[in-house]
Structure formats: C-alpha cells, structure tokens
Design a protein. Structure first.
Lengths: 450, 162
C-alpha cells in the first residue's frame, strides 16, 4: 500500500478520500487552491500544498502544479476525486511518466471510455444494446441531419468529449436541427476543446440505471449492483437510490452482466460506473461509462458495507479486490440527496455566501458527506454541491421516511444563501416518486408550472 | 498527535509555543494563521501577503511542517519600512536563488533592483520560471531558502519600493 498520497481535489470528496487514507494509515497531502486553504480536508490532511489561486484552471485543473506538488512532497500516488482531472487521459499519462500512480484506470482506458463515441463502440462490440444514433461523430451538419432524420425525432446531440450531463442538447423540431447542431459543436469546442458531436435518439421517459463496477489488475471484475439516478435537473442528478425500485431481477441481471462485460472489454481497472437508460418497455441501452469514483457512491457503500475509496486505493497499489462476486451482499435500501447552495425559486441560481449556521442531520443510519462548516465561504469558483445526505433503511419506504426526517433537521443559514433542501423534500413526497413510477422527466414536470 | 501525552511531548509543546510566541512578539501585526503541532514537530504562522513583515524578522510558511522544529530564516533585514511589497511564488515548485549551483545569487540582501530584474528561479516540472521584480526597490528580506520547496503564494522576497 502507498505510504503517501496526494489528493488533487476539494470539497466533500477530498475530505472523503483523506478519511479513508487515514483509516489505512496512508499519509495525505492535499493540493488546494487559495480559497480552500482552511477547508475541512486541509485541516485533516497531514500536509497541504497551495497550488494556485481560486480559479480552477490555475489550481485543480493545473496538471503540472499538481504533479509538482506530488513530487516535492514525496507522494507516491495521486487521487483525482471526481470532476477536474479525474478523467483526463493526459493527466493520467503524465502521472505515469513521473512515476506516480494515478488512482483510476490506465490512461488508454480513460481515453477510450472518455471519448463517448468510442465508448459506444466498445459497448456495442461487447454485445450491449446502445441507443440508436450516429456510429461516430458526424462530419458535417448535413450528415448529422440525415442521421437525425433516420433515427427519428426527438434526438439529442452529445459532445464526444463531454459526459456527466454536460454538452447535451435535445432537438424536437427537425427545422431546428442544423442550427442546434452547429451551436452544440461550437459549445463543445469551448467547453471541452473538442467540437466532435454525435447524435442519439432522445428517449423521453426513461429511468437512469447505472452499475457500480470494481476491477483489479488481476482480471477480477465485479459489480456492486445498480443505482437509480432518475431524479435529475438539466441532466444533473439530485437524488440517487439503490436498489432501483421496481426493477425486475431478470432485468437487473441483464444490465449488471452487460456492465461487467463492457468493463472487461474495455480493460477496466479501478472503480467505474456504467450508465444505462431503461425505457418504458423495459428495453435497456448503454449510454456512457464514467472512469471515476462518483458523487453518489455512498448509496452503494451503505447497502454493501464496502468502502469504495479503499478498494480504489488497494487496486491502484497493485492489490486485489477485497471481495469476489459471490461474497457481495446487498441489504436494505439507501437514498442520497444532494444539497446544493442554489435557489430553486430563481431557476436554481447558485447562491454563494458565508455559512452562519450549519447543522447537518445525524442519527440512525444517517450519513452526511460534506465539507460545510460554520464560517465557510461558498464562492462562485466551483460547483454548488454543499452536502450529500445519505440514509439507509430496511426498505425503500422506511428510507424515504428517514430521509424526510433527516432533511427536516438540516439547518443551513447564510446571508443571501439558499439551499435545495426544500425542493428535495418536495421530490420525496411527490406521489410519482413515492410510487417509484418516476423517470428522468420528473423534475422538469415539477418545475415547469413555476 | 501522539496517542499518549507523555512528558517529552509536553516539553516539546512548550518549546514550540515559546518559539511561536517569539515570532508573534516580533511582529506588530496579528497573524492570519497559527498552527503548533507536536507530531512531526513544527510551527506554522502566516500573515496576509503584503503585511507579513512589518516588524517581523521571521515568517514561517507551511514548509516548517515538513522539517523538524522551526528554523530561523537565513537572512532578514534591518529596518522594516512600511509599504514594502512581498514577492510571492507564482506557482508551486523549487525556489532557487542562483542561476545554477555554485553561481552567485541573482540578488542579495539590501541590493537595489530595477523593474524586470531577475530575483530568482522557480522550478516546476523541470521548467525554470524566472522570478522578476515588478517595480524598482530594495531587497529588505529573503524569505525562502535556496532549493526550498515552496507553494503558490508563499512569500519569497520583501522589497521596499524606491
């Protein structure tokens, strides 16, 4: 196992990683920006290195500063968390060149699955159903429009270097397609440095079902079951749960088998998530693979009793997974709600500010992953995730009740600051959600009358 | 923190606190950040950029965390004029005072420098980034050691504009 690791991230995930490192006796170095100097992760880490100013481009996206920090502190590995450089194949390769272990898959796998068009090809070759769409990115707008016509509207345009809900546009009206496609390519160029864009059929009412995969360097690939992440706003997840309610055992088996096959075909190593859409006729389709620990990983931890960050570190150090597929047991139900510093009444506008009061919930089977604390300043430099409230219970019904209890006791105050706690509670008591009949269009339906 | 608070740890804590008090007493400004710890020793104090040295002969950065005890700074200035500017590290890396080992330092204490004059080098990932004076002035203090690993924003020189 490593004796020293550099954590190249911030917020709740940096704290999450530092905590498991401490349990494993691994010395931690936190690379942070100037505004995160007094963060909880910085306080808990054994050592800190300020690598840049607030701007992510000059700090958390600054690969050379991060690697320099690792070299000069004697770190043997870098954990990139999620977002930022976590799925940057060049960064993964640069780590390897400098003799640093990258906690994630090898660079070529990151490159392969990070290109969403190539990931579709890998999935299709492994026998997975994929959403009807352009085989690769479309060269010209005319070609893209032809493909869209063949697929049938509505369609969704996706940036090949995007993913995570970013760089996607739904087009319902064929007359809008060419303008929309050109704008999508331009936006992709700005956002990801790569204008390549592909077209898929847009499945209007679907459930987002993703499979958590763990793989080690000895050829062991296991799945830890599924997560239902259908509650999304603008393709950003708000509520995640496991098990996926109403998913038949047969369909679950098909999807988990498909995910494992895809992971093997891609040569996956580490913790990864393979995402699928399930339509109203119970057809499932691969959409993308995420080569990182995900925000919503705690719900899987709660039902399996496994520490996914620990498995990541063991695998990155050359070890084997701590469980075989037969040994993995899932009990009960877990739900996570993402609490963001946003105002639902103003289109979920981020509300930066200083926390004057911060009292997260606790109690039976209640876990909160957060970097929040009284006096912390939330700036506009980073995303608005403030806390993840995760509950476990013996069944979904009790888990929902527990989450409602937990959110009800969560106190967050700050001048001008708002959170999405109230909105999340509305989701939890929505009849469609309670009945587990909800799809990815639930939140849009809830918002539209506003 | 050590698992057992033994006599040696208590004595060490006392020594560290006395050092910290000396550093605090030497400055007329309150620090922004103080950390005194016993596991792996060390003291850590920092002042806001630009105000660190009004009266303070030593300014310890987080580098102290990695080395046993608090090291006195190698060179410090005499008069502590108001309005002095701190030249900080533009990135994380290794600070060098000379163009190469064995050469004379770019600047010494009390040197008068011109705008654009090279004061040192910050090496990161084998790239040598020159550290340049942004305005004419006099070197009042040199705040990092030759070869020291520094972080972004760490004070390197105190320069009194002239």
């Amino acid at each position: 196992m490593f004796s020293c690791i550099l954590v190249a991230n911030r917020g709740e995930i940096a704290l999450r990683i530092v905590r498991t490192c401490r349990e494993l006796g691994i010395r931690t170095v936190l690379a942070h920006s100037s505004v995160d100097r007094d963060s909880l992760a910085a306080q808990l880490a054994d050592e800190t290195v300020q690598i840049g100013p607030a701007s992510a481009r000059k700090s958390y996206l600054n690969a050379s500063a991060i690697i320099q920090a690792a070299i000069q502190t004697g770190a043997e590995a870098i954990h990139p968390g999620y977002g930022f450089l976590a799925e940057d194949a060049d960064f993964s390769e640069a780590c390897a060149l400098h003799g640093l272990a990258f906690v994630g898959p090898p660079a070529e796998v990151v490159a392969l699955l990070g290109d969403k068009t190539r990931a579709r090809e890998v999935a299709a070759a492994a026998g997975l159903p994929i959403i009807p769409g352009s085989p690769r990115e479309c060269g010209t707008t005319a070609e893209a429009e032809r493909v869209a016509g063949e697929i049938g509207y509505p369609v969704i345009t996706k940036a090949a270097s995007g993913g995570g809900g970013r760089g996607m546009t739904v087009v319902r009206d064929p007359r809008e397609f060419s303008r929309s496609y050109r704008e999508a390519r331009a936006a992709a160029k700005v956002l990801f440095g790569d204008s390549r864009t592909y077209v898929e059929k847009f499945i209007e009412t679907a459930r987002h079902i993703e499979i958590q995969i763990l793989a080690d360097g000895s050829g062991n690939v296991v799945h830890l079951g599924e997560r239902d992440c259908s509650v999304q706003r603008n393709r950003q997840k708000l509520v995640e749960e496991t098990p996926a309610p109403g998913l038949s055992d047969e369909l679950r088996a098909q999807i988990t088998t498909a995910a494992v096959a895809c992971a093997r075909a891609a040569g996956y190593v580490g913790a990864g998530t393979f995402e699928f859409l399930v339509d109203q006729d119970d057809n499932f389709y691969f959409i993308e693979a995420n080569c990182r620990i995900q925000v919503e990983h705690p719900v899987t931890e709660q039902v399996t009793g496994l520490d996914l960050v620990r498995e990541q570190l063991v695998v990155a150090a050359g070890g084997r997974l701590s469980v075989t597929q037969e040994e993995i047991r899932r009990t009960g139900a877990a739900i996570e709600c993402r609490v963001n510093a946003e105002d639902p009444e103003r289109g979920f506008l981020p509300t930066p500010g200083v926390l004057s009061e911060f009292q997260p919930p606790a109690g039976p089977f209640t876990r909160v992953d957060t970097h929040g604390r009284v006096g912390m300043r939330i700036t506009k430099d980073y995303d608005s995730l403030l806390a993840k409230v995760v509950v476990w219970a013996q069944d979904r019904h009790q888990a929902i009740a527990r989450m409602e209890r937990a959110l009800g006791e969560f106190r967050v105050c700050g001048n001008g600051m708002h959170t999405t706690i109230g909105f999340l509670r509305e989701v939890l008591c929505h009849p469609i959600f309670l009945d587990a009949k909800h799809t990815t269009s639930l939140v849009d339906q809830m918002i539209s009358p506003r | 923190m050590p698992d057992l608070i033994d006599d040696a740890s208590v004595m060490l804590l006392g020594v560290l606190c006395r050092h910290a008090a000396e550093l605090l007493g030497a400055s007329s400004l309150p620090p922004r950040h103080i950390r005194v710890h016993v596991g792996d020793m060390g003291i850590e104090l920092s002042w806001p950029a630009g105000g660190a040295l009004a009266g303070a002969p030593e300014s310890e950065g987080p580098a102290a965390q990695r080395q046993p005890g608090a090291r006195p700074r190698p060179e410090d200035g005499g008069s502590q004029a108001q309005g002095q500017q701190i030249v900080c590290a533009p990135t994380v890396g290794a600070f060098y005072r000379c163009s190469e080992p064995g050469a004379n330092p770019f600047v010494d204490l009390h040197d008068i420098v011109e705008a654009g004059q090279q004061l040192g080098i910050l090496e990161a990932m084998k790239l040598m980034n020159p550290i340049l004076a942004e305005f004419p002035g006099q070197i009042i203090a040199i705040l990092a050691e030759d070869g020291e690993s520094v972080e972004y924003g760490q004070p390197l020189f105190a320069v009194a504009p002239c």
